[in-house]
Design a protein around this ligand. Structure first.
Ligand code: ADP
Ligand code: MG
Length: 149
C-alpha cells in the first residue's frame, strides 16, 4: 500500500462519508495488510469496513461480525477480506485467535479487526491502526486517524 493515509487524520460528517473514505482506502490495498480498528461502539468501524470491501471490488455484503465473531468476503481479483470482531470474546479469544494469526500471514488476505484488545499480542507489527472518535459537537461527525504501529 502506498502511504498516503498513514499519519493522517480525516473528518467525516456522515456514515456515507465514512463509507467513501473506507472505499478510497480499500482501493489502495494489495493483500497482506492487517488493520486494527480502534473506537467505541457506534464509532463507525463496521461502516468503514463496508466501504473498504466495496473499494476492493467485492460485491459481498458486510454485516457486523459482533455475533458471528468472524466473516469472510471475497473480491473478484482473488483477494479475501477476513473481518473479525472480538467484542464478545473479551474474556478469552480462544481458537479464533489462531484463525486470526493464520489469516494475518496470508499475502492474499486483508485482515480487519474490531475490539482487538485481547488479541493484540498476536497482531503483527507493521500493521495499520485506524482510530475513529466521535466529536461531541455533532452526532454524525468523526475523526478518523491512520497510523502504522
Ligand atoms: P461500530 O462498528 O464502530 O460499532 P457501526 O459502523 O456499526 O459502528 O455503526 C456506526 C453508526 O453510527 C451507524 O448507525 C451510523 O449510521 C452512525 N454514524 C453517524 N455518523 C457517522 C459517521 N460520520 N461515520 C460512521 N458512522 C456514523
Ligand atoms: Mg462493528
Amino acid at each position: 500500500m502506498d502511504e498516503q493515509f498513514i499519519g493522517r487524520e480525516f473528518i467525516t460528517n456522515s456514515v456515507d462519508d465514512t463509507f467513501s473514505l473506507g472505499k478510497d482506502f480499500g482501493e489502495q490495498l494489495q493483500g497482506g495488510e492487517v488493520i486494527e480498528f480502534i473506537g467505541d461502539l457506534g464509532a463507525g468501524k463496521t461502516s468503514f469496513v463496508r466501504g473498504l470491501v466495496d473499494g476492493l471490488g467485492s460485491d459481498d455484503e458486510v454485516a457486523s461480525p459482533t455475533f458471528t465473531i468472524s466473516r469472510l468476503y471475497k473480491t473478484h481479483s482473488g483477494l479475501s477480506i477476513y473481518h473479525f470482531d472480538f467484542y464478545r470474546l473479551q474474556e478469552d479469544p480462544g481458537l479464533v485467535a489462531e484463525e486470526l494469526a493464520e489469516a494475518s500471514m496470508d499475502p492474499k488476505t486483508i485482515v480487519c479487526v474490531e475490539w482487538a484488545e485481547t488479541v493484540r499480542d498476536m497482531l503483527p507489527s507493521g500493521r495499520i491502526t485506524i482510530e475513529l472518535v466521535g466529536m461531541g459537537d455533532s452526532e454524525d461527525k468523526r475523526t478518523i486517524k491512520f497510523n502504522r504501529v
